[in-house]
Design a protein around this ligand. Sequence first.
Ligand code: CP
Ligand code: NVA
Length: 307
Amino acid sequence: MRHFLSIADLSSDEVWAILDKARALKDERQKTGENEPLLRGKTLGMVFQKPSLRTRVSFDMAMIQLGGRALYLSPNEIQLGKRESVADVARVLSRYVDAIMARVFAHRDVEELAAYSRVPVINGLSDFNHPCQGMADLLTIYERYDKLTGLKLAYVGDGNNVAHSLLLGASKTGMHITVATPTGYEPHPAVVRLARTFATESGSEVVITNDPRQAVRDADVIYTDVWTSMGQEAEAEQRLKVFPPYQVNGELVAQARPEVIVMHCLPAHRGQEITDEVADGPHSVLFDQAENRMHAQKAILVSLLVK
Ligand code: CP
Ligand code: NVA
């Protein structure tokens, strides 16, 4: 059985296959107003420990538009690991539904769901990574440039779950990636090591730095995310002191290539990691990215559920 917990678990051929399928499904829907019901009769159970707009709605709509159904289970309902063990939730829920999508605090919880589930488990964000976001981001860049290999992505901000998925996604597809964070907020060394292994195979380069200006030089893509992720609220005040030099503003964007695109997975804290001027400016592709969550996830669901 296949799960979708990290982009690291996919071969580079599988990453490209999902991206091409996503483009085809998006195209089909735009041209004909609908998709072939590839998931007719299939159901997705969606377990959330944290809030969500994009993940919840884009998975729900992806299932509906492919002829299936999704069931939203709120944090209070399941109380993963509190009312009932993670393993028992997996054992029970997987008797009812054809796939499970889970948004969790601790990454080991989504791994445990996968270990005990009879059906595929999709990681809808953990403290470690956000692979559905990563695939939607690759799709957005791929559409814009009609390639990924050889482009340069500069991620500026916190070395968090989203940064991890971008490191893995870029290195699988031959895209150069530079991550610029404050000291002490670098991406996890194990993820950087893994990304460098993939980069050797794909011919890309992985650079970790503390210098945002160096990062964005010659960049085709600038990416940022919140300075304080869900679950880190107690650190928010300290982070606000450290991160301002890493703000993506007009001055930083001007250091990149003139045609650079600016990305953010959203929700944004406007005025902190990104200014209104940039988020609403000519380089921004923020809302294409948000839309592409749905198209990328359709392809992920089809790859897991259609034999
Ligand atoms: N980008 C993203 O995952 O958004 P939500 O938290 O709203 O799902
Ligand atoms: N890094 C953010 C992403 C939200 C989609 C968080 O984990 O809160």
